[in-house]
Design a protein. Structure first.
Length: 161
């Protein structure tokens, strides 16, 4: 019998954000994207989460868009949130971002690709947390959009990107 005490039980909840990319080199490192995801989750008072953020090609995004949403073509972001069955279970979600679409959006919106990827990361995390916005002209006036833009400004001020 070993006289060493057992390690303490883990009481802190984990915010696990896993990032992958099939879309080549990005202006943000995967570590930075994961840190941004964790920062938003923690700031929104999420206690436990397993979130994947995948940067995908336009082709993969178009396939996901058609298969799961019935839309044609690539879009900038798709989020799938799997609500926990009980309050003690972690939030589980998958965020897919198409950097090529983000690059086109950045040019159209007059911001950098880096900023647009931060915005999409925040957007996906907020959707995973259950926030929604209307489509069309009301989208950018919605409470979720305002919350997203506050996060982008806060993360910039904190030097997160």
């Amino acid at each position: 019998m070993d006289d060493e005490p057992s390690p303490p039980a883990r009481t802190r909840h984990a915010l696990d954000v896993l990032v992958s990319s099939e879309a080549g080199r990005l202006p943000l490192s995967r570590a930075r994207v994961a840190a941004i995801g964790r920062r938003v989750l923690a700031g929104e008072r999420c206690r436990s989460a397993v979130l994947t953020i995948a940067f995908v090609t336009d082709r993969t995004m178009a396939r996901l868009n058609r298969r799961h949403l019935g839309h044609t073509g690539a879009t900038d972001i798709i989020t799938f949130a799997h609500a926990p069955a009980a309050p003690v279970l972690p939030l589980v979600g998958d965020v897919y971002i198409a950097p090529a679409v983000a690059r086109r959006n950045a040019a159209a919106f007059g911001c950098t690709m880096r900023e647009e990827l931060v915005r999409l990361t925040v957007h996906g995390v907020l959707h995973a947390l259950g926030f929604e916005h209307p489509e069309g002209a009301e989208r950018q006036r919605s409470p979720m959009w305002r919350r997203q833009e506050r996060w982008v400004r806060r993360l910039r001020a904190e030097g997160a990107w």
